[in-house]
Each structure stands twice: as structure tokens, then as C-alpha cells.
Design a binder for this molecule. Structure first.
Ligand SMILES: [Zn+2]
Length: 116
């Protein structure tokens, strides 16, 4: 299947136009719209939203997003570290509170013994 030189969409067999340039390059156009945009209007396909070339350009944006996701992964790792630190601090606090509870129990026992 031949693809349109301008919009990169596949051309239905039996339709479109083939343009042979003087330097031997062959251009395939799916529609008069694509031909006019290329020659008469002198437009670049990658700046037009309705072309496949523009969609190809948006793929680069997606790749940039992937680069940003690396930072997101770093943020996630940092967040996991913070969570682990918090859990350690919570464990220390729990141990301290348990020790305090034991001390209080011992003190209450001794106080009860003194009363008797
Ligand atoms: Zn086209």
C-alpha cells in the first residue's frame, strides 16, 4: 500500500495522484488537499494537525513524557524512602511507649505494695 507523501495516510488503490519531480523523486498524493497544501500553499505537514506527520511529531512529545517519568520514578523512590523512615520512627515510638507502659505498670505495682 502506497502512503501519501504529505499526510502519511495510506492511499486507497485506484485513487490519488503520482507526481514525478525533475530530480527523479516520486511524490504520492492521496487528495487534492494534500497536493495544494504541499505545492500551492507551501505548508509543512508536521505543523498541520490533520496529517500523520503531525501525529509522528507528537510521538516525540510522548518520548519526552517518558523522560519525565524517569523523574517520577526518582520521586517514587524518594517517597518510598520517606515511608520507610516514617515506619522506622513509628516502630521506635511504639517501642518507647511500650517501655513507658511497662515502667508505669511497675510503678503502680510498687505504689500498691506501699499502700498495703
Ligand atoms: Zn494525503
Amino acid at each position: 500500500m502506497v502512503k501519501c507523501t504529505f499526510c502519511r495516510y495510506t492511499i486507497t488503490p485506484g485513487t490519488g495522484k503520482i507526481f514525478a519531480m525533475n530530480d527523479g523523486k516520486i511524490l504520492h498524493f492521496c487528495s487534492n488537499k494534500c497536493e495544494k497544501n504541499n505545492f500551492k500553499l507551501g505548508r509543512k505537514a508536521r505543523f498541520l494537525k490533520w496529517t500523520g506527520a503531525f501525529m509522528k511529531g507528537t510521538v516525540k512529545v510522548a518520548e519526552k513524557k517518558v523522560e519525565a517519568s524517569v523523574e517520577e520514578v526518582a520521586e517514587k523512590v524518594a517517597a518510598e524512602k520517606r515511608i520507610a523512615e516514617r515506619q522506622e520512627a513509628d516502630a521506635e515510638r511504639k517501642a518507647a511507649s511500650e517501655q513507658a507502659a511497662e515502667k508505669r505498670a511497675a510503678y503502680e505495682k510498687s505504689a500498691a505494695e506501699k499502700k498495703q
